[in-house]
Design a protein around this ligand. Structure first.
Ligand SMILES: Cc1cc2nc3c(=O)[nH]c(=O)nc-3n(C[C@H](O)[C@H](O)[C@H](O)COP(=O)(O)O)c2cc1C
Length: 465
């Protein structure tokens, strides 16, 4: 294989992630079991058999309530509602797998960073270093109100918030415990050396955290860092912090532009190209012939809930689509306060015409492509040629779909060298980057260590005088 492509099984602990309305389809009703553990264990085993890198658990912490001015449509159509906590699944999934990673989405508006750092360190310990964090900043007004805020913070301010949030968790993960702090010397009765376990003394605009980190260093210390945001501020954040970023590109050509932009940004920050993996969605309807795949896709489209789709985009873009002239250009929303990356992706996918609101509502991401396993592999190759490093594979109907993908598409991808046939050893970071369990020393998380430890030593000395 020339380049190691990454595959994540993209899902959400809810009856409906992106297959709006398909939970009513006879092949979609399995998703209604989202609240039972067994189907998730089956999914993890299936995608590990297919040599996927991770189960990528998306999440939102509110109801989409912009469409028609309330959340009724989302509630009625199970549009990413109800939804359960993704992190709670991970230790169970870890117990039935050996190599598969788990990407947990968690927004800076939800857990306090002190608590969140401990939660992820716990999962990283319990899975022997197979955890990733998808860093998101939230885009739903209702999510902001659920956490005590009058409204969603201004778009770029949310990224400044994320900068402080990662600063706190980096200090806890990377700086609090020195590598040799854990002694476990039964003869001397020393478990950990106090002078090497540091308080972090963080004081910032939003957080004040003393430390030390309650967890001893986990196998990866900082879990593998994912991010998904395509605006100017989102791309700056990805280039600086992320080890993998999920971009919303809709064609190989627009992906190539986004990739070139991100590569230029990471290089300018002194990072190597392969330190930021760029991931796009792959959401195929599979058929044994092209005609069968297209017939299935047409049949599925009959089940699409346009109401649910409108509620999804209304919440994501912060506009009530029931009040919008579908002929208006989408470019009006390029500077919206919610999700900008998606709008940009829609516009860049059709550079020779005016993209309108009507274009949003033609399809959901699930089933955007239909073809035979060979045609799906051709599509994967087109994205790989555009410089993309991997895929968030979006299921079309239920978990049965994963078996189809693993049994029919994976062998074709492996035959062409487009998918790994065996896992690399070690932590998730090592499997994906081949560079060991820890972040490289020039990453901002590692750069904080000396400063935090010096501050801790100074304070300790001052107390002793
Ligand atoms: C492909 C993709 C997947 C995303 N998944 C999630 C998610 O699971 N949860 C979430 O809160 N936000 C998610 N987001 C939203 C982003 O994290 C970010 O908040 C949003 O894109 C706004 O940032 P932007 O304006 O920089 O694009 C996703 C965005 C994209 C493009």
């Amino acid at each position: 294989m020339t380049r190691r492509l990454i595959y994540n099984a993209f899902t959400h602990v809810t009856p409906n992630h992106h297959s709006h309305g398909y939970w009513r389809h006879p092949d979609g009703q399995g998703q209604l079991d989202y609240k039972r553990l067994q189907p998730w264990l089956d999914l993890a085993r299936t995608v590990e058999r297919g040599r996927f890198d991770t189960v990528f658990l998306a999440d939102v912490v509110g109801v989409y309530d912009k469409f028609r001015g309330n959340g009724d449509t989302s509630i009625r159509t199970a549009m990413q509602f109800p939804s359960l906590d993704p992190a709670s699944l991970v230790s169970a999934l870890g117990a039935v797998t050996e190599h598969l990673g788990f990407a947990v989405t968690s927004s800076v508006i939800q857990d306090h960073p002190f608590d969140f750092a401990r939660k992820l360190s716990t999962l990283d310990h319990l899975t022997d270093g197979r955890v990733a964090w998808n860093i998101v900043t939230s885009y739903l007004d209702n999510a902001a109100r659920n956490f005590g805020h009058a409204a969603l913070e201004e778009h770029d301010e949310r990224y400044r918030w994320a900068e402080e949030y990662v600063d706190v968790v980096y200090k806890l993960w990377e700086a609090s415990w020195e590598d040799d702090a854990l002694v476990t010397d039964a003869t001397r009765g020393v478990f950990a050396e106090p002078a090497r376990v540091h308080k972090i003394h963080h004081r910032g605009a939003r957080y004040s955290v003393e430390g030390p980190h309650l967890s001893e260093p986990s196998p990866q210390r900082t879990p593998l860092l994912f991010q998904a945001g395509g605006s100017e501020a989102g791309r700056r954040f990805a280039a600086r912090h992320a080890e993998a970023t999920f971009i919303a590109a809709r064609t190989p050509e627009s992906a190539a532009h986004h990739v070139a932009d991100l590569r230029a940004r990471t290089r300018a920050l002194g990072r190597r190209d392969n330190e930021l993996k760029i991931i796009v969605p792959l959401a195929p309807v599979i058929g044994s012939t092209e005609a069968e795949a297209h017939a299935r896709r047409r049949e599925l489209k009959e089940w699409l809930s346009v109401d649910a789709l409108q509620s999804f985009y209304s919440g994501g873009l912060g506009v009530d689509l029931s009040n919008i002239d579908p002929g208006q250009p989408l470019s009006e929303l390029l500077q919206n306060n919610h999700v900008r990356g998606n709008v940009r992706a829609f516009i860049e996918a059709a550079p020779d015409r005016t993209v309108t609101f009507a274009d949003l509502l033609k399809e959901t991401v699930s089933g955007r492509f239909a073809g035979t396993p060979e045609q799906i592999a051709d599509e994967v190759q087109r994205y790989a040629d555009a410089g993309v490093d991997g895929f968030n594979v979006v299921p079309v109907t239920t978990r049965g779909w994963w078996t189809e993908f693993v049994d029919q598409v994976v062998p074709e991808l492996q035959k062409r060298g487009l998918m790994q046939t065996e896992y690399a050893p070690g932590t998730l970071r090592n499997k994906i980057s081949g560079r060991g369990p820890l972040l490289p020393d020039h990453h901002p998380a590692r750069q904080l260590r000396d400063e935090v430890r010096q501050l801790s030593r100074d304070k300790r000395r001052a107390q002793q005088v």
